[in-house]
Structures are given as structure tokens and as C-alpha cells.
Design a protein around this ligand. Structure first.
Ligand code: SF4
Ligand code: SF4
Length: 491
């Protein structure tokens, strides 16, 4: 606005005043990126983090290679979302496209589990199991291995370009790209047979689409885990923005106990601790933080709850002979109680945790029952709309229906179809002669049989629409499915 306005007669102080005014009216929305150099740390939470990271990576990379015998002609991959099929294979469960609600159910279960974990333990998902955290941690480990720990990396980045520097950087990015390619490749293996697609990619025989997605997932892994890192959590991820809605004062979060730490200050060996806090202002908690924040400033959106600052501070407290857990996994309610020297309370059962737990059990129960009652036959009927009925030369009325029967088993199915609720009705298949009380249908394994069936019945003036059932029976004559439809009579 100031730049477009006509310039007033300038005075010595005018530009400075204009800048100050502009700063107040339109503060900059842009902040320069400050590179974070997390230092390595040892401790209980780091050990847990390594264990979770290893487990996640082993599961992710190895799952597509797990085989599962489904008989001849069926994919033998335990976990496969076959887009060409299209089918979803989850061990001995097969999901057809029309049963995609099972996937929806799984996503709802995942969301509820995340809500419950957040209400109980804060951002434990972000700090330990989120793919962004896992791969960033892995990429950081590679960086540390090649370029050294925090101080060595900062020195290297500040150095002018040299052969040694270029060599280290090239080596780091080469390893990052290898990991990214393995990650992108593994992602594709969840959608196509793992051994086949690996062979095709290596020998150059894969489709263009496979190479495109392989390249896309490799690039995104490399950029997000290698370059963007904590910026994904701070700027891109929506979860930190609304996860606070799942928390309350009893949720465990990583917190600096200011009542114990302040007044902070440097401490020399042998000096008294009287009249001061336990924080020796060593910055160790800041230096190990993967998002580069200072937890002593209170709970922050950038904090992913990894608890590495607890390990770093515990180490320092051990060195200066003060009690550990100056930074702790503690609820805000207990922080208050500790400050008042009151015993702490562990309140896991609260309205929100009970609600999330209850919903979790309900959805899991519905999904289990739905899976147990799942039919191996899919059956649908659609009445011809144009025309609704045809008056035949002998005066009888004919209606047409498109009937689809899906066979979700690995063996051919022999079925019998008849119509009930319409006296003296007979059936026949389009293009086939004869009139029948019932029709024999053969549905091939893992196929959908589609049939154009006509039903013929004597005219009943004034009836309009008559309710009628199509009934499917198996070879033993047992009813396997029934669908209500209507037979249209001319009025
Ligand atoms: S402040 Fe602590 S818990 Fe939060 S991200 Fe940094 S190191 Fe992890
Ligand atoms: S690591 Fe502990 S002692 Fe050091 S600055 Fe952080 S809170 Fe203070």
C-alpha cells in the first residue's frame, strides 16, 4: 500500500517510520529456512525410537515378499491391492471392488486408534511411527554416518567447496537415493506382484506407468526425508493443527518442568544449587531436537513428541548430579501437581478415551461380524426400463432383467435361478429358446456372470407393479440369496 501511495515530502525520519508502519500493518509471512543439525543422543527414548524404526522398516520392506497360497490361478502375495484384477488380497481375505467399505472400515479404525493414542500419549504417532519421522530418522542416520555428528556437519557446510566435501555430499545423496528407490519400489510392490515387478524394473521390461510411479515415489521419499524433513511436520502436515482437539490436561506430552528448571543459568562444578533452577542452559535439548525447537519455551506446534530432549537432558542432569526428568513425559495436570509438591495422578480413563475406545471396539466388532457373514456370492438385479413391459402375441406380459452373479470362490459355481411371488410365471434367457420354471447358471471362479433374463406371466389387469423375488439356489437346492424386485403389468 505504501509503495503505491503518492510519496509525501520526505523528512530524515520518514523512511524509517514508513518501514516500521509497514511492518506493523503487513508483517512478513515468509521466514527463511534455518537448517537444523540434530545431534545424536543415547537414552531410553532413543532406544525405543530405534526399535520402532527398525520394526516399521522391516515390516514395510518385507511384507510384499510374504507369500500366501490361494490355489492355482490366484496371486500368491499375502498383501496385494491388485488394480488390474481388481481385488484386494489380505492374507485369506479377498476384497472385491464393491466391498471397498472394508477398506473404509480399516481407515476409520486407524483414525480412531490414532485419536485414542493422541488422547493418552500426545503426539506419539508423530514422534515414533509416522512415515515422515521414520524415513527422516533413517536419512539423518545416513547423514551422521557419512558427514559426522552435529558439529562436524556444521563445519562441513561452512567449509568452501573441496574434493573431500564434494565426495561426502555425493556419497550421502547416493545412499539417500538408494534408500528412496528401495522405498518407492516397495510401495509399488503392494499393487503388483513383488518378484515380477522387481524383475521387470531391473531388466527394463516394466510398463511406463510402473516406471513413472517408481520415479515419483523415489523422488518424494528423497525430497521429503532428505531435504524437507521437519518442514513437512511444521508447514505441510495438517495433523499438528487439529491433534490438540484430541488432547486434554491429562494427556501425556513432552514438557519442560519450568518450576524445577528456572531460574536457569550456567553452573560450575562445586557451586551451590541454592536459589536457582536445575537447568544449566547447556542447550543439549535444543541440539538433539529434530525440529530445532527449544522445549523450554513451552508446548509448541513443531514438537513431534519424540522425547529425544528428555534423553539429552537426563544425560546432563546425570553429569551435574541433579535428579533426572527435568524434561519429562508428563500431563499438564501433573505438572501443576508436581510444582505444588502434590502426588501425581495417572488418569487414563476419561470421557474422551472411553469414547474413542468404545467406538474402536464397536467399529472393530462390526467389521469382524461383517467379515464372518460375508457371502461368497454377489447377486444383483436390475429391471429393464425401456420398455418396462412387452405385451406378447399370446397376451402374456414379458419383463426383462439384467442379473449379475459374482463367484468369489476359486471353483465354478452351479446355481439355479427362479422367480417367486408371481403365479404361472416362467423364465427364459435372452437368445435362448424355451420356457423354464428355473434357469441353470454356471459362474466361473473369480468371475461375474451377467445374464439378460426375461420373465413371462399372464396378464392381470389393474395390478400395475407386482412384488416378485429372484431366488438363487445351489446345487443341493439350498437357497443362497434372494432379491426383491418388481414385475410391471400394463394398467
Ligand atoms: S522438543 Fe523434544 S520432544 Fe519435541 S520434537 Fe524436539 S526433541 Fe522431540
Ligand atoms: S538439556 Fe536440560 S539442562 Fe540443558 S538446556 Fe535443556 S533443559 Fe536445560
Amino acid at each position: 500500500v505504501n509503495a503505491m501511495a503518492p510519496k509525501p515530502a520526505s523528512t530524515d525520519h520518514q523512511p524509517a517510520r514508513d518501514e516500521a508502519l509497514l511492518g506493523v500493518l503487513a508483517p512478513s509471512l515468509y521466514a527463511d529456512h534455518v537448517k537444523v543439525y540434530p545431534r545424536s543422543v543415547q537414552g531410553r527414548f532413543r532406544t525405543i525410537k530405534w526399535a520402532v524404526l527398525s520394526l516399521c522398516l522391516v515390516v514395510y520392506y518385507s511384507l510384499p515378499w510374504l507369500r500366501w497360497d490361494r490355489g492355482a490361478g490366484a496371486p500368491d502375495q499375502a498383501l496385494l491391492l491388485d488394480m488390474s484384477g481388481p481385488r484386494g488380497y489380505f492374507f485369506n481375505i479377498e476384497i472385491w471392488p464393491q466391498e471397498v467399505y472394508y477398506i473404509t472400515g480399516l481407515l476409520i479404525l486407524g483414525a480412531l486408534a490414532l485419536f485414542l493414542a493422541t488422547a493418552l500419549f500426545g503426539r506419539v504417532w508423530c514422534g515414533y511411527t509416522c512415515p515422515q519421522t521414520v524415513w527422516t530418522d533413517l536419512f539423518l542416520a545416513v547423514e551422521r554416518w557419512i558427514e559426522g555428528d552435529r558439529n562436524a556437519r556444521m563445519r562441513l557446510d561452512a567449509q568452501p567447496v573441496s574434493a573431500a566435501k564434494v565426495l561426502r555430499k555425493v556419497a550421502k545423496h547416493a545412499v539417500w537415493l538408494l534408500i528412496a528407490a528401495a522405498t518407492g519400489g516397495a510401495w509399488i510392490m503392494y499393487f503388483v506382484d513383488a518378484p515380477t515387478v522387481t524383475r521387470e524394473i531391473v531388466t527394463g521390461g516394466a510398463s511406463l506407468a510402473t516406471y513413472f510411479f517408481f520415479g515419483l515415489f523415489t523422488l518424494t521419499t528423497y525430497v521429503l526425508a532428505g531435504w524437507a524433513r521437519e518442514q513437512v511436520c511444521t508447514y505441510m502436515c495438517p495433523w499438528p493443527r487439529f491433534q490438540a482437539a484430541m488432547q486434554d490436561e491429562h494427556s501425556l506430552i513432552v514438557t519442560y518442568q519450568s518450576w524445577r528448571g528456572e531460574a536457569r543459568g550456567k553452573h560450575k562444578a562445586g557451586e551451590s544449587w541454592e536459589g536457582r533452577g536445575d537447568c544449566i542452559d547447556c542447550q543439549a535439548c535444543v541440539h538433539v531436537c529434530p525440529t530445532g525447537i527449544d522445549i523450554r519455551n513451552g508446548p509448541q506446534l513443531e514438537c513431534i513428541g519424540c522425547a529425544l530432549c528428555i534423553d539429552a537432558c537426563d544425560e546432563m542432569m546425570g553429569k551435574v548430579g541433579r535428579p533426572q526428568r527435568l524434561i519429562d513425559f508428563v500431563s499438564l495436570a501433573n505438572l501443576e501437581r508436581r510444582a505444588q509438591k502434590l502426588p501425581t495422578l495417572l488418569k487414563l480413563l476419561r470421557a474422551r478415551t472411553l469414547l474413542y475406545g468404545f467406538l474402536l471396539v464397536v467399529v472393530a466388532g462390526i467389521m469382524t461380524v461383517a467379515l464372518m457373514l460375508r457371502s461368497e456370492i454377489g447377486f444383483s438385479v436390475q429391471q429393464d426400463r425401456s420398455p418396462l413391459h412387452v405385451v406378447l402375441s399370446d397376451g402374456t406380459i414379458r419383463n426383462g432383467y439384467v442379473i449379475k452373479v459374482s463367484n468369489k470362490t476359486r471353483a465354478p459355481m452351479q446355481l439355479r435361478l427362479n422367480a417367486e411371488g408371481l403365479p404361472e410365471a416362467d423364465l427364459f434367457m435372452a437368445g435362448e429358446p424355451g420356457r423354464h420354471v428355473a434357469l441353470d447358471l454356471t459362474v466361473e471362479p473369480d468371475e461375474i456372470g451377467e445374464y439378460h433374463v426375461f420373465v413371462r406371466a399372464p396378464r392381470r389387469p389393474g395390478d400395475g407393479l407386482i412384488n416378485m423375488d429372484f431366488v438363487l439356489r445351489n446345487g443341493a437346492g439350498m437357497e443362497v440369496d434372494r432379491l426383491r424386485t418388481q414385475f410391471s403389468m400394463p394398467k
